[in-house]
Design a protein around this ligand. Structure first.
Ligand code: TXA
Ligand code: MG
Length: 313
């Protein structure tokens, strides 16, 4: 089904229109500090089904429910001391917590893809917060890209992938973090890093005062962990210090490149530019070589996304 996708802005009429669309079961893409999300009313099964359809997303892949206020989490999940520690340290922000569902959780089972847990996030972005407050309830939102493609960090990226398939996009400029949220599983015996992301592992471990477990390749509970995800159309070669043949080069620090993630070697700046630069290089329709990025802090999440972009598919 093709529809005209409205472009809304972060002002009262824009927020009210976006909230009205969500309340009537329509899909609205909106900015968060990590990436743009494709929002639907998380209690409305038809609206959530439309998210899967618009993205072409495999139905086994559950969605994150976004909340305006950390206190709302208790309406949906069994809260815990560890959840309290992490939520009070990092919400609102680029952290998603996976927790056991309450029997009366009220969410569409399509949000959880039938699991007995749900992923919750309270974003910090002012436009996201205004929209969530105006909507009042939980908003399910995966990244606003066709399934398997690069996540969007601008409204233009959203429109390039989903124009005509969603009711509206709320445009409030580029995302500041630029990497998806870090996902921590709190439903098992020990806190587990399910996806590296915009909040560094070191910060989480400092708050918990304990190391995070990591998931083994065998039990993939977050399909964001699938090897080939975040994929540009072009072939990707990692750890390159120069372009070969007709490659374009994504540079970092001293490796200049066609585009550079951060000439000064700043990992925060690099994260914020990663997906935009991949979108731009992918548009050049040539193979992409990528300079080495140090594997610490946000560099771990950057390297995770780059490995998936380079995975055979
Ligand atoms: O930064 C972000 O997290 C963005 C913005 C829009 O909030 N959202 C995002 O959503 O990246 P998405 O759907 O692209 O990725 C969500 C990840 C998926 O890998 C999914 O499998 C995992 O969260 N996930 C969701 N519910 C889960 C659950 N109950 N247990 C384990 N993993 C879960
Ligand atoms: Mg995604």
């Amino acid at each position: 089904m093709t529809e005209e996708t409205e472009i809304l802005h972060f002002d009262r009429p824009g927020i009210d229109r976006a909230a009205d669309l969500l309340s009537s079961g329509r899909l609205v893409a909106f900015p968060t500090e990590t990436v743009y999300g494709l929002g639907a009313d998380a209690r409305n099964g038809q609206a959530v089904a439309a998210v899967y359809a618009a993205k072409g997303r495999p139905s086994f892949n559950p969605l994150i429910a976004h909340l305006a206020d950390p206190a709302q989490a208790r309406d949906h999940v069994v809260w815990s001391d560890q959840a309290e520690v992490l939520a009070s340290a990092f919400w609102p922000g680029p952290l998603t917590l996976v927790l056991p569902l309450r029997p009366d959780h009220g969410l569409s089972t399509l949000v959880t893809a039938g699991l007995d847990t749900v992923a919750l996030r309270v974003p910090a972005h002012p436009a996201a917060r205004a929209l969530l407050e105006a909507t009042g309830g939980p908003v399910a939102a995966p990244s606003a890209n066709p399934s398997g493609r690069i996540s969007p960090t601008t409204a233009a990226h959203v429109l390039a992938g989903l124009s005509g398939r969603i009711a509206a996009v709320l445009d409030d400029g580029p995302c500041s973090v630029g990497l998806e949220s870090t996902i921590v599983g709190l439903a098992g015996p020990a806190p587990t890093l399910l996806r590296a992301g915009g909040l560094p592992q070191e910060a989480l471990e400092a708050a918990l005062d304990a190391p995070l477990q990591s998931v083994s390749g065998a039990d993939v509970v977050a399909p964001g962990q699938l090897a080939s995800h975040y994929a540009p159309r072009a072939r990707v070669r990692l750890n390159a210090t120069e372009a070969r043949g007709d490659e374009v080069l994504l540079g970092f620090a001293g490796v200049a490149g066609t585009l550079n993630l951060s000439a000064s070697g700043d990992l925060v700046e690099a994260a914020s530019r990663l997906f935009d630069h991949l979108h731009q290089l992918d548009g050049m329709a040539r193979p992409i070589a990528v300079a080495p990025v140090p594997d610490r802090g946000l560099g771990r999440a950057i390297n995770d996304r780059l490995r998936r972009a380079a995975a055979p598919r």
